[in-house]
Each structure stands twice: as structure tokens, then as C-alpha cells.
Design a protein around this ligand. Sequence first.
Ligand SMILES: Nc1ncnc2c1ncn2[C@@H]1O[C@H](COP(=O)(O)OP(=O)(O)OP(=O)(O)O)[C@@H](O)[C@H]1O
Ligand SMILES: [Mg+2]
Length: 300
Amino acid sequence: MANLIEIRDMCKVYNPGENEVRALNHISLDIGEKEFVAIIGQSGSGKSTLMNMLGCLDVPTSGSYHLHGKDVAEMLDDELSDIRNKEIGFIFQGFNLISSLTALENVELPLIYRGLSKRERSELAKEALRKVGLEMRMTHKPSEMSGGQQQRVAIARAIAQAPPIILADEPTGNLDSHSSVEILEILKQLHEEGRTVIIITHDPGIAAKASRIVHIMDGQIYKDEINSGEDESAIRAELAKAQENVTTKVKSVRHHEEDDLVVESYEEAPVQEGTAGSGYQMPESVEYTGTETDPNKEES
Ligand SMILES: Nc1ncnc2c1ncn2[C@@H]1O[C@H](COP(=O)(O)OP(=O)(O)OP(=O)(O)O)[C@@H](O)[C@H]1O
Ligand SMILES: [Mg+2]
């Protein structure tokens, strides 16, 4: 049987030409149904770029992506928005809730795309909010809730349509440690119920909760391991090693240049610390609630 997700030799190059950034550099990745995977890497390593590909939010420069055995490049726009609405539940660091709507209305909104009646939408949304423990907050607006509660609303929105895949990009990035634990518990529960959960993070403590950890560095997967021990310090050490590795590569490029050899230049696409991610915005093409507001507005 085909894997749920099959990515082959995928590249994503931003600004092709002189100032190009190779955000994904020949990535191949298989993810099976019902896996619980963390994709971990430093800032600028290509995590959000990879998430955009996994979520069919952006197209790669080269390489292929098969979802359920189907080539995503060959899908029509309708099929793609169906996948984004029904197959995948997105959770973002910045929650991306609409400030003028209540928790219930925020969760109901994407259900409109499924052509459900008002009553059906309301039932599904209430059930999802109950599931994340927010039955007492349904009529509250985002500004009347804590960060952890807002993220739980965002999770309720993601799961209301019962998507088999949950994609979360730094879901606890804006939360204190107590709320982070709660959110991780919910994600773990969603996995136990039979969903495929993919968390993108730079935090070894978060990655340690997943059953499989994929390390990404400089747009490449350099380690892919089953996580049996939840050993946070080992993951932390691996991250540090990745950073060292980048430095080593730059050195070796210089060495080759002296010998007049043509080599891949890591200096043209340096790892840019802190350049991306924290202000993640949904691409315009997504027919999802977050497009209707400025997600940054909600983060206060
Ligand atoms: N739209 C874009 N145009 C040009 N370069 C981009 C664009 N988006 C991302 N990049 C670059 O691609 C690389 C990977 O970015 P990406 O957002 O995937 O990193 P990340 O691992 O998610 O980082 P963070 O942990 O900070 O969120 C970075 O060097 C970034 O500067
Ligand atoms: Mg990011």
C-alpha cells in the first residue's frame, strides 16, 4: 500500500537567480497513516516551507508529492481546496482566529465550505470545543481568552471537520509551558484516536513527545529516527550538532574554492537565523478563516 505522504527529491527555491534561497534541498520523506511525527530544525532550516508543501499550500520548484498515492501536482484547484478543507487540519503558531467572532463562530466558519446547514455546523463546532475543554468559553471572543485557550479554539477549528491529518507549525510557540503541555496532550490524544499528526518545531521538548523525529537542517533531512525514549537532551544535542555541521560545510566550500573546484556554495544560501517563521502568514490561496484577518493582530 502506498504511504499517506510520499515526497521525492523535492526542492523549493525562493527568488531564483542571484539572491536565491534553497529552502528545501532535495528532500525525500515518507509518512504513513496514523504516524505522530515531529519535524525539528533551527530557525530558517526550511520547516515552514516543508509544512506549506505538506499542506498543499504552496508548490515545489521541483520534485514530487503524492498524497494517498495521488500526485498533488496533477490535482485541480477544486481537489486541492477539498484536501485543505477536509483532509488536513491546520494549526498555526499565531492561532489565526478572527477577532470579531466568538470561539463558536470561529470554529463554525470553515464548515461553511462543506455545505453543512447552520445547525449541523453548530453541532460539530460545539462538539469540537467540548473536546478541547472549552465548553464554558463558546461565546467568548479571542481577546477574552488566554493564549492557550485561543490555541485550543484553533485546534477545535482544525478538528471540527474530523480531518485524518493534523499539521501543526510551532503550535506552542506563543504559549507558556503549562499551556504548551495542554496543547501537546490534545495533539497526542488526536493521534491516539487514529489521526496522522505532524508537528513542526524548533523545540526538543516538543519533538520528544512524538513517535518519530525528522531532523531538518539547511533544507535537507539529515536524520530520521523512531523516538522510543522521549530523551529531550539527545534531541537537543542533535540540534547543536546540526548547527556545527553547517559551519563545517561552509569551511569545506572555502577549501574547495581555493582548489578551483566547482562545488555547491553554502555561502549563497546561508542559514539565516531568525529570518522566518515567527510571523507566519497563511498564503493567499488558502480558503480558510485566517485569510480574512491579519493573524498578527490576534497575537496580543
Ligand atoms: N517567501 C520567501 N521568500 C524568500 N525566502 C524565503 C521565503 N520564505 C522563506 N524563505 C527563506 O527560506 C528559508 C527557510 O524558511 P522557513 O520559513 O521554511 O524556515 P523555518 O525552519 O520555518 O524557520 P522558523 O523556525 O524561523 O520558522 C529561510 O532562509 C527563509 O529566509
Ligand atoms: Mg517556520
